[in-house]
Design a protein around this ligand. Structure first.
Ligand code: HEM
Length: 412
């Protein structure tokens, strides 16, 4: 029996799958593009189908309270300390989503995010200075993990001495992007506590600020106003927590996965070292396509729909395999080749789904792209002899996010 004839077993909890999901994705795209998972959920892997679902927000909701039949088991009893009203707009539909996103967008302008570039370079330089002269580094603990948390803390006016607390919250909250049925109730409770504590922290931080408006994103959020509409305190606090959930570990994984792929592909590393400035944005785009930090997106069907030749019924949860769609051969030439010059030849190379698609398209993507480009470029420039010390580094036990526990790199 050849591998091709063996049944496809898609189990995102399987450590072997986590180590390398791409051979299975490749089979799914070719042989079973609308796969029924062991949980009975339809998983879409073709880029066209994923895009069609993400585009159709009238039929496909981001609010999992619309799920029927496969309703997630939630810690929503009387002991819940976080109100459903505090959900961030990532998990909302229009018109509430439209209103909140528009207000937050006033703070997240490309200009405001671009203005952080010099500070991001400074933070990267400080982190790399700290390992200069050493024999080896852990690219996750020494660079990928601390950078985005510092950036988010600066955006939100969190003093440096409080960063360690944010790292703890972020680590706990990163898993909240995983589907609830896979998460034990105790862990859900721990997350609720982290949401509650981080909200309380932001509440005090904002109160302390009074009428002062230093030039940061928090000030922009506090003043964001359109036609007399402003963010309420509650909405502001949910937004701050969402930025931590959506913006930290995702960016950690962009940098970590990027360093791993560059070191695994010495020909690409050599090209990058020759033209670091020019290739940095393309290298980031190729990492996002080839090994995306967010592997799955999800929606709940609220009105019967037909996608990829199958009918989806109201109440059904659907899974979108972004990591598979990003290697769909219908859309990307030689999709399994890591090629950081792809974007120089093909203007559609950035049409991957790493940042989602449609009305929920990642709000922080300009910032993630800037951080990724500065971190990868500075790393290859500073350490020309960098090499992997561990060929099979360990992945974190998460489902939605794909990232390494640690990444040992030899520097000399
Ligand atoms: C490489 C890093 C990142 C990746 C791969 C990523 C990925 C994504 C994806 C896939 C979505 C869409 C979710 C959906 O369709 O339901 C999303 C939404 C979002 N992201 Fe990112 N993200 C990254 C970095 C950031 C950063 C740095 C921030 C903020 C500082 C951020 C803030 C957001 C927000 C607020 C949303 C919700 C948008 C909405 O619902 O309208 N992300 N992100």
């Amino acid at each position: 029996m050849t591998t091709e004839q063996q049944p496809i077993v898609f189990n995102p909890l399987d450590p072997a799958f986590r180590q390398d999901p791409y051979p299975l994705y490749s089979r799914l795209v070719r042989e079973d593009p609308v796969h029924i998972t062991p949980f009975g959920v339809k998983a879409f892997s073709r880029l066209t189908d994923c895009t069609a679902i993400l585009r159709d927000h009238k039929r496909f909701s981001s609010d999992d309270r619309n799920a029927g039949g496969v309703a997630p088991e939630r810690n929503s009893g009387t002991d819940s300390i976080v109100s459903e009203e505090d959900r961030p707009f990532l998990f909302m539909d229009p018109p509430d989503h439209t209103r909140l996103r528009r207000l937050v967008n006033l703070a997240f302008t490309p200009r405001a995010l671009e203005s952080m570039r010099p500070r991001i370079q400074q933070l990267v330089d400080e982190l790399l200075d700290a390992i200069e002269g050493k024999e080896e580094m852990d690219a996750i603990a020494d660079l990928a993990y601390p950078l985005p948390v510092s950036v988010i803390c600066e955006m939100l006016g969190v003093p440096r001495e409080d960063e360690p607390q944010f790292r703890v919250w972020s680590r706990i909250l990163a898993g909240s992007l995983d589907p609830d049925p896979t998460v034990p109730i105790e862990v859900q409770k721990q997350r609720e506590q982290a949401v509650f504590d981080s909200r309380e922290y932001f509440r005090k931080l904002i109160a302390k600020r009074g009428d002062e408006r230093p030039p940061d994103i928090l000030s922009a959020l506090l003043t964001a106003e359109e036609e007399g509409d402003k963010l309420s305190e509650r909405e502001l606090l949910s937004t701050c927590t969402m930025i931590l959930i959506a913006g930290h570990e995702t960016t950690v994984n962009l940098i970590g996965n990027g360093i791993l792929q560059l070191l695994r592909h010495p020909d690409q590393l050599a090209k990058f070292q020759e033209r670091p400035e020019e290739l940095a944005p393309h290298a980031v785009e190729e990492v996002l396509r080839f090994d995306p930090p967010v592997q799955f997106d999800g929606r709940v069907c609220v009105k019967e729909a037909e996608v990829g030749g199958v009918t989806i019924n109201p109440g059904e949860f659907v899974m979108l395999l972004l990591g598979a769609a990003n290697r769909d051969p219908e859309h990307f030439e030689a999709p399994n080749t890591f090629d950081i010059t792809r974007g120089e030849r093909d203007s559609a190379a950035d049409r991957h789904l790493a940042f989602g698609f449609g009305i929920h398209y990642c709000l922080g993507q300009p910032l993630a792209r800037i951080e990724g480009a500065i971190a990868l470029r500075s790393f290859v420039q500073r350490f020309p002899n960098a090499r992997l010390l561990d060929e099979r580094p360990q992945y974190r036990a998460q489902i939605t996010l794909r990232g390494l526990e640690n990444l040992r790199v030899g520097l000399k």
